[in-house]
Design a protein around this ligand. Structure first.
Ligand code: AMP
Ligand code: MG
Length: 516
């Protein structure tokens, strides 16, 4: 397959077709577009036949100082579809490389995405605004540059659920349909997602320049990353080492959060590993139903490389690839190549203890334990083991423990989640002793537990149901309702029981698809 040059038109004039009247104004302030030409290819998104709005995320729009009504206007929808380039946008496709399922690809890049520009939100944080599914780019290789409606809606739902669960994540600002069909196994309706991210810098961005032995670009990229995501590193004695340590810490905490929620990313390639520490690239992702550490949903992950319990190992592996890519700039600080390797290994050694500490702290919160006791890890592992042996629903087990923390009466609802309810009883006795030793008020404990143990996650059968309704019947009501439910994951609301109920055996979803 021929690879196009990543720079088709450096400095090409930017199309601007802004209309008067109800215009969406982004207030773009673009820094990535100021980086050297070799970091990206400038090009406009490719227009689509019949753009139609599916959803605008009004709350996120406000956060980005955008007017949701302007986004919903004809001009707004034209911008969201890529038919019109908003004022101040400097559209580009970013260059990156990546290890995909362990194999290195020296040039991936945005094959179907277009970074419009950056905006500074009300929180003072700079965000990328990117169209995904916006047409072919010089990085498209054999792909059509498009996205199907189903995967766009899955990314919308799951990324918004993750945000509501307080997990660092890219977000969905909008989704539109294109009026065009995309050919996958069958012809599917096309769509464009507007993705908002702290940035789209990936481990693969560093690998891109490392593979080209372009140390100057690596330095520029590392300095840019420090300025954007790790400003404290600029003051450190060894800024690049501090950058690496910072990424490792954020990834350790991120993956611990995934594990605590039963989230399976599904495609933890280095090009899908964000430098800012956000969850990025919702492809064949899914949440565990019955607890099973070996669970894999992705139909493309045949070897189980990214199975639930392999995720910390996969993250550590990806971070080792980042450290490798950074060696040339670490050598500037260490004074030698050997010194750089030593720095890198020291930094990488911190991943596991940081991950374990974050996971254990999270497990204590999930179990309502506010002090630290030596046996806590064993207590938590024992519960997980029993859940695995008894196919207990991951989300509901922890949620129902909130009531059981108040009084024994609450046990009844937890034990029914276990194939052999006695397996729960055997564990609960020890948990009660542990809580009694700690003391404290049961109601307060339950209230704290309800803030970390969600009632509602995007259950796979409900996600599939909403994607199917939208793709096959243009019925967006199930999508709207599910989105609403997962946006308040910790609340108990009348009428939402359906969203808190595990799939019946015949509804179980066994595989999710990448949807590229
Ligand atoms: P992903 O699996 O979505 O992380 O994508 C991996 C790589 O394939 C990235 O470089 C994408 O830009 C590219 N890619 C995925 N889907 C398409 C598509 N339909 N057309 C062109 N490139 C694509
Ligand atoms: Mg990707």
């Amino acid at each position: 397959m021929a690879m196009d040059s990543p720079n088709i038109s450096p400095g090409a004039p930017l199309a601007s077709t802004a209309l008067s009247g109800h215009e969406v104004r982004f207030g773009f302030d673009n820094t990535y577009a100021r980086l050297p030409d070799r970091f990206y290819a400038r090009l406009d998104p490719k227009p689509v036949t019949t753009p139609r709005l599916v959803k605008v995320n009004a709350e996120l729009a406000e956060k980005l100082r955008l007017n949701p009504d302007a986004l919903k206007s004809e001009h707004g929808v034209a911008v969201l579809a890529g038919n019109c380039v908003a004022e101040g946008a400097e559209p580009l496709a970013q260059a990156y490389a990546g290890h995909q399922f362990g194999s290195f690809v020296p040039q991936l890049g945005d094959g179907r995405a277009n970074l419009l520009g950056e905006v500074v939100g009300r929180d003072g944080v700079r965000y990328d605004v990117q169209l995904k599914g916006s047409g072919r780019t010089p990085f498209s290789r054999g792909g059509d540059g498009r996205a199907a409606l189903g995967p766009v809606l899955r990314e919308y739902i799951v990324s918004e659920a993750m945000a509501a669960l307080s997990v660092p994540t890219t977000r969905a600002l909008a989704a539109v349909t294109t009026g065009e069909r995309v050919l996958r196994d069958t012809a599917l309706p096309g769509a464009v997602l507007t993705r908002v991210a702290a940035s789209h810098l990936r481990v693969g961005t560093f690998q891109y320049f490392a593979a080209r032995r372009d140390t100057e670009s690596l330095r520029v990229l590392a300095d840019y990353t420090i300025g954007r995501h790790y400003p404290e590193a600029a003051q450190a004695k060894q800024p690049y080492r501090t950058l690496l340590e910072g990424v490792i810490t954020r990834q350790a905490k991120l993956v611990a959060q995934w594990m605590l929620l039963g989230f399976i990313h599904g495609v933890m390639n280095t090009d899908n590993t964000s430098i800012s520490g956000e969850t990025i690239d919702y492809g064949p992702c899914a949440f565990l139903e019955a607890y099973d550490p070996a669970k894999v949903f992705s139909s493309i992950d045949r070897g189980g490389r990214y199975a639930y319990s392999n995720q910390p190992r996969a993250a550590a592996w990806n971070l080792a690839r980042l450290a490798e890519a950074l060696l040339p700039v670490l050598a500037l600080e260490a004074g030698s190549e050997d010194g750089a390797i030593e720095l890198a290994n020291e930094a990488l050694a911190a991943f596991e203890p940081q991950f374990e500490a974050a996971r254990l702290a999270g497990l204590r919160c999930k179990l309502g334990l506010f002090t630290e006791h030596e046996g806590d890890a064993a207590l938590a592992e024992d519960l997980l083991k029993r859940m695995g042996d008894n196919e207990a629903d991951f989300t509901l087990t922890f949620r129902r423990l909130c009531d059981a923390a108040i009084e024994n009466k609450g046990d009844a609802c937890v034990r029914t989640l276990f194939a052999d309810p006695a397996a729960y009883d055997g564990w609960a006795a020890g948990w009660r002793r542990r809580m009694e030793a700690e003391g404290g008020d049961g109601q307060a404990r339950a209230a704290a537990m309800r803030k970390v143990n969600p009632l509602i996650i995007p259950r796979n059968h409900l996600v599939e149901e909403s994607l199917t309704a939208a793709s096959e019947r243009q019925d967006f009501q199930p999508f709207e309702a599910l989105l609403e439910a997962v946006s308040r994951p910790f609340e108990e609301s009348v009428g939402l029981e359906r969203y808190a109920t595990p799939a019946r055996p015949e509804e179980l979803v066994h595989a999710t698809f990448c949807g590229t």
